[in-house]
Design a protein around this ligand. Structure first.
Ligand SMILES: [Zn+2]
Ligand SMILES: [Zn+2]
Length: 646
């Protein structure tokens, strides 16, 4: 008999040679029907693998990330099988499962695959799936594996195998199809009920543009047709909300080939939006005791050698800027931290002066490959809502908690209600990987865990995910379409104070090192605004939206009254404009709706005579007639209902 430990801690006895599926069935037949993959002692195995020793077993269904991975990995085999049936000379390369589905990179030689071929491939995949093939793993020698792919003239697989150790190579067979594979499959292909080939694109072998160009075919599959339908609807909605599309339509930002790839240009409306976000955070930061600092966009190379950033960004990012003076080199700043350390070094501090909190909307520059650039989420120049807190070890707890408060405030006001936190701690078994004393690490890790507990955060702990210089907490948010984004990192750092020789005088009159906290609730303004655009579909909260009100005179005759209304409401800090085009009112309303302007004020003869406005709310229609004062107080109330104060 062997003893199997299950995730709930319970230990059950099974016959030696029992499989994960046997274990699943012992729990319940219903559960077993949904189990699609398993891990034994943290190694991915097949649900049919015989267990011959004691150990811990985790069983996964499609609801688990591991289950999806097995499902999509198995589907990638079926995709490859289908492609091979249409293109017998195809050379398969790699085909991993990804966050949403899977892809296969293939060399089609002279042939091509395009959208019109997708339906036939999908049909073939389903045909294969219905055969209920079982994936069978077998070990092969390196010699045998190389022989198999050399006979197919497949230099890609040969290259992959050459980099593997003999004794560590497995093939997977189903039907008459064989692939190089590490395992981790679903019990049989019959549970693949819905498939979609989503796109085909060019990709280089091993991501290197010096190599052959391959075709990357993306697919996704599900155990239920309904799940595929829902996924495709979500994809459609995501397309509509794509920040690159909405950014253009709402005139928020643009890119210019002349200025350079990955360097966003903020248009007036986008700049207004960003400015409001900055003001919102600045106001809260002021209340939380931050001081604003401003530092230049470049710094001497030496500065970043001291900070260690040169090692990280030097070679692979923008190259140093030279001056007429020989040997003088400057870097575009990749991080604000070194500058803030030097601000701290500007004067001596006593423990009574701490903590100090320096905040800056600091623009940093990092070179990203052109293929990696993506709208505002991946750019070459971006502004961080950065701040650095310098505190004593005794203050770390309180400081960490107040940074969490600030981050939660930001998430709440901006409507991100669905979030979790990830606490990244050190891997205790490899403690020499990290710098700083054990005691400091213990303090910092406890500070983060205490803060997370006290603030009632829903968090998970990842051991070994901490940076070498300190533990951290990240907020993971879910947007309106259920997609996850990482925002707002809070990071404890012992290294930079060391590297920059930062000190404060303690109550013992001796010099001590302060602890540094890096934090940025938005992360980068560019990326945050991209997420906000997609989360809201461009319908920003009223306090944030660049144009809150548009006044629509029903004809030229009421232009003067429209201007009077504009002046009165602008006096009350409401952002408004007049649509004075010579267009029908219906057309003006439609355009205002498309531009997602929250309120439309229609003015004509009756309104002018009574000193009123007829109000329409975007997406809702007519909400009645208001005097101008009534409308102003109504709007301010609406703003205050979404803009809670810190
Ligand atoms: Zn496989
Ligand atoms: Zn920093």
């Amino acid at each position: 008999m062997i003893q199997i430990t299950l995730p709930d801690g319970s230990i059950k006895e099974f016959q030696r040679g029992s499989t994960p599926m046997d274990v699943a069935k012992s729990i319940s037949e219903g559960f077993a029907r949904n189990v699609i993959s398993a891990k034994f002692n943290n190694n991915t195995i097949e649900t049919s693998t015989q267990l011959n020793e004691n150990g811990s077993l985790v069983l996964y269904t499609f609801n688990d990330a591991e289950g999806k991975k097995a499902f999509w990995h198995s589907s990638a085999h079926i995709l490859a099988q289908a492609i091979t049936s249409f293109y017998p000379n195809v050379k398969l390369t790699i085909g991993p499962a990804i966050d949403n589905g899977y892809y296969y990179d293939v060399d089609l030689g002279e042939e091509t695959i395009s959208e019109k071929d997708f339906t036939a491939i999908e049909k073939k995949m389903l045909e294969f799936a219905r055969e209920k093939y079982v994936f069978k793993m077998r070990e092969v020698s390196k010699k045998e594996a190389l022989k198999f792919y050399r006979s197919q003239n497949n230099a890609y697989k040969v290259e992959l195998i050459e980099n593997l150790d003999d004794g560590d190579i497995t093939f997977c067979d189903h039907a008459d199809f064989t692939d190089l594979c590490r395992g981790g499959h679903i019990p049989n292909t019959g549970i693949i009920k819905a498939v979609k080939v989503t796109s085909a694109a060019g990709a280089y072998w091993r991501g290197d543009e010096k190599n052959n160009q391959l075709t990357r075919i993306y697919g996704i599959s599900f155990p239920k047709q309904k799940m595929l339908t829902e996924y495709l609807e979500l994809l459609e909605e995501a397309k509509k909300r794509d920040h690159r599309k909405l950014g253009k339509e709402l005139e928020l930002f643009a890119f210019s080939q002349k200025v350079g790839q990955g360097l966003p240009l903020w248009l007036p409306k986008g700049a207004a939006l960003r400015e409001r976000l900055e003001m919102f955070l600045k106001k809260a930061q002021k209340k939380a005791g931050y001081e604003t600092v401003i530092t230049p966009h470049i710094g001497q190379k030496e500065l970043y050698i001291t900070s260690g950033h040169y090692t990280k960004y030097g070679k692979d990012s923008f190259q140093p800027i030279l001056t007429p003076k020989e040997g003088e080199e400057f870097l575009l700043k990749p991080m604000n931290c070194p500058h803030h350390c030097e601000i701290y070094n500007n004067k001596p501090y006593s423990y009574k002066d701490l903590p100090v909190r320096f905040a800056e909307f600091g623009t940093v520059y990092r070179y990203e490959q052109s293929g990696e650039l993506h709208g505002l989420t991946r750019v070459r120049g971006f502004t961080q809502d950065d701040a650095h807190i310098f505190c004593t070890p005794d203050q770390l707890d309180e400081e960490f908690k107040s940074v969490i408060d600030l981050s939660l405030y930001v998430l709440r006001v901006l409507g991100f209600d669905n979030y979790t936190a990830q606490v990244s701690l050190r891997d205790k078994e490899n403690s020499d990987k990290y710098i700083g004393s054990d005691e400091n690490w213990r303090k910092a890790e406890n500070a983060i865990l205490n803060a997370a507990n006290e603030k009632g955060l829903d968090y998970n702990v990842e051991y070994g995910e901490a940076a070498f210089y300190g533990p951290k907490l990240d907020f993971m948010i879910k947007d309106a379409l259920g997609r996850s984004w990482q925002l707002g990192t809070i990071q404890v750092d012992y290294t930079l104070p060391e590297r920059f020789d930062l000190t404060y005088k303690g109550s013992d009159n001796q010099l001590h090192r302060p602890i540094m906290i890096h934090r940025a609730p938005f992360g980068s303004m560019e990326r945050f605004i991209a997420i906000l655009i997609e989360h809201t579909g461009g319908k920003f909260p009223l306090w944030l939206t660049p144009e809150q009100v548009i006044i629509l005179p029903i004809s030229k005759k009421y232009q003067i009254y429209a201007e009077k209304v504009l002046h009165l409401i602008e006096n009350s800090e409401i952002r408004a404009l007049i649509d004075d085009r010579n267009e029908k009112t219906g057309r003006k309303i439609r355009d205002a709706e498309l531009n997602k302007i929250p309120f439309m004020l229609i003015v004509g003869e009756q309104e002018e005579n009574n000193g009123t406005v007829s109000v329409r709310k975007q997406g809702k229609g007519d909400i009645g007639t208001f005097t101008i004062n009534e409308f102003v107080s109504f709007l301010n109330k609406e703003v205050n209902s979404t803009l809670e104060q810190f």
